[in-house]
Design a protein around this ligand. Structure first.
Ligand SMILES: [Zn+2]
Length: 550
């Protein structure tokens, strides 16, 4: 059991941190003894007694007698990057580095000074970590990471470092990892439905963009070897057919967005659909660009949506104003409920409109989850995590972060990747999912498999990779349900693993995979690693014992 000493203002962050690192913990109590003390506020001098490991997180020098205990300390008051072994770990708030007790577990990128001070005395190990864990977490869960750090699963690295420190001190770690039993991670395939019909567009920017990209853009892409001749031909044929599509003679090639069910062959996906036609929505100041207005409303394609729902797909809200005003969110959710007949509806905002108030706005409107936390211009981890998390200040809503979006990878104004480059980028994200568990959320837009994008082959490659690496494919709502089930398990002091397994089994039922219990054995009597004792750090923690109880 970890005892946590923190400021009252950080309690919500601590609770959420230990939903993500699901291991036994509680707020420090005077009448308890703890193996591990995690301190982020106050002077833990008196409480340290009895604990085998004391972890002190703070980005402020002078607190916790740094100078006396660790020699000269350098304070840094701007964002910086640390190296946690070979992983870049961005720190967004203040940090300190230490002069004495050098080790290379955690070092500052520019100065190469250690940002952790490890020390052992009288049977107690003390790790002084030079940043504030919970204020870092606040930044990640509220403003999120800048685009430059998008590729780094920062929050997962904070968890990995904490776990490693506990194990290296010789203690064991019991945890319920974010990994469904029998799989390595979760994959959520989602589709934002922005243009489910080309016939609905006459002489607007959508048609102009389509013609330009299909006729000229395709040629440029073939020259730059980003498109095959076969696809160029397919695009030109589509352009030729367009007048006939409008006359109703040829098939509307954007209306086949439900072809995804064929590509996905039996695995479920989630479609986010726009509630109203021709309305661009608002920004906090002023109106959104007119291009944001959709050419359809969910009710226009209700029949198709009901067919998808009967094929075990999920229909969610692709919101317009739901992100900024609860009354609007209620109305928009109602449009989707009328079509699906379901009460619990998830949301992703069109163009990813969102701000720090949006989680509360959607929560108050009764949305089940949101999946907007992601980037328009790149792929990766906006909140630094692979896991479904609870945004601060909400009561029910959970956030399913968005990791991979087609337009972010392929649009010329964004990453403009070739398929080979994009393969490399998604491989990194899948590797992180295998390493940390959690979820890979993919957004492939409705018309991305049709002319003129023709990104279906890449999508098939991505599906094959997710399958190959052991993904459990779930709708967004099932992925969120699985994380809710994990959140329901609570730990008690002195609880035996068997008892815990019984409690976990109580959450089973339905079609969701079971939870796992993972026990990492620490090496008894081992010292916290220093340069002389690297062996400890080289252990492969993922190879630790894993118990299943379903
Ligand atoms: Zn959209």
């Amino acid at each position: 059991m970890i005892g946590v000493i923190t400021k009252a203002s950080e309690q919500e962050l601590v609770r959420e941190f230990f939903e993500l690192f699901k291991t036994p913990w509680e707020f420090y109590r005077n009448d308890r003894q703890y193996d591990v003390l995690l301190v982020s506020a106050g002077d833990a001098k008196f409480q340290r007694k009895g604990a085998k490991l004391v972890l002190i997180y703070s980005g402020e020098a002078s607190i916790f007698n740094d100078v006396r205990e660790s020699g000269p300390v350098s304070q840094c008051n701007r964002a910086c990057t640390l190296y946690y072994r070979t992983n870049r770990l961005p720190i967004y708030g203040a940090s300190v580095t230490f002069g004495k007790g050098a080790n290379d577990l955690l070092i500052e990128e520019e100065t190469h000074e250690p940002a952790i001070h490890l020390r052992q005395s009288e049977g107690q190990v003390c790790a002084r970590i030079g940043y504030d864990l919970f204020s870092e977490m606040r930044t990640l869960l509220t403003s999120g990471q800048p685009v430059a750090c998008a590729g780094i699963p920062t929050l997962e690295l904070h968890i990995a470092l904490l776990r490693e420190l506990i194990l290296a001190s010789g203690l064991s770690v019991t945890e319920i990892p974010p990994v469904p039993d029998g799989y390595r991670f979760i994959a959520c395939l989602t589709h934002d439905v922005d243009h489910p019909s080309i016939r609905r567009h006459k002489f607007d920017h959508t048609i102009a963009g389509f013609l330009f990209r299909a006729i000229l853009g395709s040629v440029t892409k073939v020259i730059r070897r980003r498109m095959t001749w076969r696809h160029l031909l397919a695009n030109w044929v589509a352009v030729f057919k367009l007048p006939f599509v409008h006359l109703g003679i040829a098939k509307d090639f954007w209306y086949d967005f439900d072809d995804y069910t064929k590509l996905e062959t039996g695995v479920p996906s989630s479609y986010f659909v726009i509630p109203m036609r021709g309305y661009a929505g608002r920004k906090r100041q002023g109106t959104a660009p007119s291009r944001r207005a959709a050419g359809y409303a969910a009710c226009d394609i209700a029949e198709k949506l009901q067919k998808l729902a009967s094929a075990k797909c999920e229909i969610g809200l692709h919101g317009i104003d739901a992100w900024m005003e609860s009354s609007k969110a209620i109305q928009e959710l109602e449009h989707i409920r009328r079509i699906t007949g379901k009460r619990a509806i998830g949301v992703r905002m069109h163009w990813l409109y969102f701000d720090e108030h949006s989680p509360s706005v959607l929560d108050q409107a009764g949305a089940d989850y949101d999946s907007t936390a992601g980037y328009n211009e790149t792929i990766g981890y906006q909140a630094g995590t692979c896991q479904v998390y609870k945004p601060l200040g909400v009561s029910h809503l959970l956030e399913l972060p968005l990791h991979i979006m087609d337009t972010a990878m392929f649009f010329p104004g964004h990453l403009a990747l070739s398929f080979a480059e994009a393969r490399k980028r998604v491989t990194e994200i899948i590797a992180n999912a295998v390493r940390f568990g959690g979820v890979v959320t993919v957004n492939w837009h409705d018309r991305s498999i049709a002319p003129e994008r023709l990104w279906g082959e890449f999508y098939l490659h991505l599906l094959a990779e997710l399958k190959k690496h052991g993904a459990w494919f779930a709708t967004a709502s099932d992925a969120v349900k699985w994380f809710r089930k994990r959140r329901l398990v609570t730990f008690e002091d002195g609880q035996e693993p068997n008892e815990l397994c019984r409690k976990m089994a109580e959450q089973d039922g339905g079609n969701l995979p079971a939870l796992c219990l993972r026990v990492h054995r620490g090496s008894e009597g081992a010292r916290v690693a220093t340069n002389e004792n690297r062996r400890l750090h080289d252990r492969d923690f993922s190879a630790a014992a894993s118990l299943n109880w379903s």
